[in-house]
Design a protein around this ligand. Structure first.
Ligand code: FAD
Ligand code: DHB
Length: 393
């Protein structure tokens, strides 16, 4: 027997789950968020850092952008570097003045949790064994354990926002799902460093030793990445070795990379994944639960936010006017953007990473693409409009 009730049961308190809960609240729709990890854990997990214009606009226009506006850094361009030569992608010139904002994902998560709790929302942390049930019928439930007690949450709709390794996707019968997947033969070793960034704008660098990225977090904190073998062990990477690679790969004439204490480091494998459809009955998947992109386009968090903008609109039509069209078309609407972003993320990844195996044909094509970025306004415009993000339908 259900001992709790809500309109939308949301599994996962990452960007997808929290933005959805927040947007539903602004429309007067009740939700409960169930999160497996502790509040401290989700608020300190270092992940993405780039917000598209549309993501920033949404957070600001719905009242959770105060700290983002004060502490986030607006960037009007990004640099693509090939063998020491920097090519600036100027958003003012190429993307109608739209911009990106550099603001850590955990800060977005922190702001949203604070906003949900301040307006009386329910976000339960350290929930075990969450499992959606009866999602093909009109009255699903989610069973879970919290604080040593078993619970059952009755709802109208379940939103599976529980990331790539979550449980919700597995609730959809396998024969109704089609998965598209590509594993890349490289990973990113990311470091958070206590040093002022050596650049005002991001630098994505291709070098024969491998890709490197200089990103930022704040005037005192830098975020940097290098391409490594995805199976490599972080124990093989003492700080001196990381700096050596960063210095070589990011080097450009007349520019110095400042070093500082490494606060945190880790290796993440890269993959593309899409599951179709992103819905089944009254279960709707959003964010990494439904798709993964390689990080080179800085799209993961933005795509998660785009999904739940669509889902919140569709749920509002359903709860307010009993119109089901938006919900029925949810997956199709989202997948159009998902595949656009897969294409962009894949293109950026293959443009900028050293391709293991050394296929000479692929290397020549890659070199031709890099030269095209350097020489063609049309190519830079294509990168710019995708990087700042296409409008959300
Ligand atoms: P998540 O942020 O993964 O949130 C899902 C939430 O669900 C988590 O809090 C999880 O604890 C919870 N959960 C999982 N299972 C359950 C369950 N059974 N019950 C209850 N709760 C559950 N993108 C970039 O653009 N650049 C980057 O550098 C970058 N780095 C990344 C590094 C890592 C290690 C990872 C995993 C992702 C990274 N991403 C990056 C991708 C980006 O962070 C994600 O796309 C984004 O977090 C998606 O948001 P989400 O809410 O869909 O999923
Ligand atoms: C960051 C992460 C990315 O994946 C990216 O493409 C750019 C920046 C970051 O963590 O700052």
């Amino acid at each position: 027997m259900a001992d709790m009730e809500t309109q939308v049961a949301i599994v996962g308190a990452g960007p997808a789950g929290l933005v959805l809960s927040h947007l539903l609240h602004t429309r007067g729709i009740d939700s409960v968020v169930l999160e497996a990890r502790s509040r401290e854990h989700v608020e300190s997990r270092v992940r993405a850092g780039v917000l598209e214009q549309a993501s920033t606009d949404l957070l600001v226009s719905t009242g959770v952008g105060e700290r983002l506006l004060a502490e986030g850094a607006v960037h009007r361009g990004v640099n693509l570097q090939f063998d020491g030569e920097r090519n600036r992608i100027d958003f003012a010139e190429l993307a109608d003045g739209r911009t990106i904002t550099v603001y850590g994902q955990q800060e977005v998560v922190r702001d949203l949790i604070a906003a949900r709790l301040a307006s009386g929302g329910t976000v339960l942390f350290e929930v075990d064994d969450a499992l959606p049930r009866d999602v093909s019928g009109p009255r699903p439930t989610v069973s879970f354990r919290h604080g040593g007690t078993d619970h059952e949450l009755a709802c109208d709709v379940v939103a599976g926002c529980d990331g790539f390794h979550g449980v919700c996707r597995s609730v959809i019968p396998g024969h109704l799902l089609r998965a598209f997947e590509r594993e890349y033969p490289f990973g990113w070793l990311g470091v958070l460093v206590a040093v002022a960034p050596s650049t005002d704008e991001l630098i994505y660098a291709f070098h024969e030793r491998g890709f490197a990225l200089h990103s930022l977090r704040s005037p005192e904190i830098s975020r940097l990445y290098i391409q490594v073998d995805p199976a490599d062990d972080i124990a093989n990477w003492p700080d001196e070795r990381i700096w050596e690679e960063l210095q070589v790969r990011l080097a450009a004439p007349g520019w110095t990379l400042e070093e500082g204490p490494i606060l945190e480091k880790g290796i993440t494998a890269m993959r593309s994944y899409v599951c179709e459809p992103m819905q089944h009955g009254n279960l709707f998947l959003a964010g990494d639960a439904a798709h993964i992109v390689p990080p080179t386009g800085a799209k993961g968090m933005n795509l998660a936010i785009a999904d739940v903008i669509v889902l919140a609109g569709a749920l509002a039509s359903w709860f307010e006017r009993s119109e089901r069209e938006g919900l029925d078309g949810y997956s199709e609407t989202c997948l159009r953007r998902v595949w656009r972003v897969q294409d962009f993320s894949n293109t950026m990844t293959e443009l900028l990473h050293v391709l293991p195996g050394g296929d000479p044909f692929a290397q020549r094509v890659q070199r031709a693409r890099q030269r095209y970025v350097a020489s063609s306004v049309a190519m830079r415009r294509t990168i710019a409009e995708n990087y700042v993000g296409l409008p959300i339908s």
